[in-house]
Ligand binder design. Structure first.
Ligand code: 0PR
Length: 371
């Protein structure tokens, strides 16, 4: 086929997909990255950090991204980290390294992301649920269940509700029992530091809590980077616990889960970080929180019930027959996610979810309610 034919054919498929710029994807933790990040992606698409010896420049870029992740997580410059394919891989790596260090059982709430369950299955670690109180890990139940040698997974920005587990208290308990504390801040890692600067919270989630050993924090969520760009940072070198010899590679070993790694996204994450900078990310969080509060206010004016006051830019609207409403919204062109457990529609107020989109969405929801 010639190029024109190929483009035409691809366009047909493209039009069947949803796109962030249309504004109607309300249930995703991603958004459209800035053009400069996409340019960087294509410039570096050949880079493969699975064989870092060939890509010294990209190795340096990865370190710059990791340094920024360490700043967000109150880590030190000599801590460790990698840009990986996403939060799932980051969580698997953290639990894998902990297992190699001799930890045997995982404690997490049911609101921890499903990748924690996946990791436990894959690694044959037993998994015990800690109860949830008001959307957050119950300290009392943790104290009841914890045993020496456990891996505790706390979430800073839970997938369903965007809540922050009480990580400072969890940290104290972990230290008393010699447990491994992993924090999943895949989403919240790029939000909480700015919520603190903006006066929304004073909660900690990072290495300023001494028990925290590893953190998942994803540039491809609130870091505005194109996927695949997750992040894993750690106080000690967890990567040497899981490295494997690969004598034929330039560096003779492979440390991580994947072999070949698309690393255009590493350069793209760096470009996004240069483009926005610390202050730019704070502006994004500020705007998202303004729109979050606008959604809460407007929804209440229209007599919808908000499940709980959001702690970050994730809003849950309580709805009867939530499965049916989801289907109806989907038929009308809206990409929405739900929390069946809480009987709610879940809206992640990413930058593409503007006030206009919120008004249009609530109008649609009202119509569905009437019919
Ligand atoms: N940890 C947390 C707290 C998460 O919310 C997620 C993803 C992960 C880990 C896993 O990250 P990766 O998906 O990068 O491996 N949470 C998103 C969610 O469930 C995933 C997602 C994104 C789902 C976009 C749908 C969608 O359209 O919301």
């Amino acid at each position: 086929m010639d190029e024109k034919e190929i483009e035409d054919l691809l366009q047909k498929y493209y039009l069947k997909d949803m796109h962030y710029e249309d504004g109607k994807i309300l249930g995703s933790m991603y958004t459209k990255p800035p053009e400069i990040a996409l340019k960087a992606f294509f410039k570096f698409y050949q880079a493969n950090l699975g064989n870092p010896g060939l890509y010294k420049g990209t190795v340096e870029i990865e370190r710059e991204v990791v340094k920024f992740l360490l700043r967000l997580t109150s880590g030190k410059d000599d801590f460790f980290g990698h840009v990986v394919s996403g939060g799932t891989e980051a969580n698997v790596i953290a639990l894998w390294a902990a297992r190699e260090m001799g930890y045997k059982r995982v404690l997490a709430t049911q609101d921890a992301h499903f990748s924690i369950r996946k990791a436990a299955n894959l690694l044959k670690l037993s998994l015990e649920n800690v109860e949830i109180i008001k959307g957050r890990m119950s300290i009392e139940d943790l104290e009841r269940k914890i045993k020496g040698g456990d891996i505790i997974v706390a979430t800073a920005g839970t997938t369903p509700l965007g809540f922050i587990d009480p990580i400072e208290e969890i940290g104290k308990i972990c230290e008393m029992h010699n447990c491994f504390l992993h924090v999943d801040a895949a989403f919240g890692g790029y939000v909480i530091p700015f919520l603190r600067e903006l006066g929304y919270t004073n909660k900690k989630f990072g290495f300023d809590i001494s028990a925290v050993r590893t953190i998942t924090i994803d540039p491809h969520k609130m870091g505005m980077a194109p996927y695949p760009a997750g992040g894993i940072v750690s106080k000690e070198n967890i990567f040497e616990k899981i490295e494997i010899e690969a004598p034929y590679l330039m560096v003779g070993k492979n440390e991580g889960l994947l072999g070949t790694r698309q690393s255009g996204s590493v350069a793209a994450a760096y470009a996004a970080q240069l483009y926005f900078g610390w202050d730019g990310y704070r502006e994004i969080v500020k705007k998202c929180m303004e729109n979050t509060n606008y959604l809460v206010k407007r929804a209440r004016e229209e007599n919808f019930e908000i499940l709980e006051m959001p702690e970050m830019n994730i809003v849950n609207i309580k709805i009867k027959n939530v499965g049916k409403v989801k289907k109806e919204l989907y038929a009308r062109g809206w990409g929405i996610s739900t929390n069946p457990k809480y009987s709610s529609l879940r809206i992640v107020v990413m930058p593409h979810v503007t006030k206009e989109i919120i008004d249009e969405f609530l109008g649609e929801l009202k119509n569905i309610k009437k019919s």
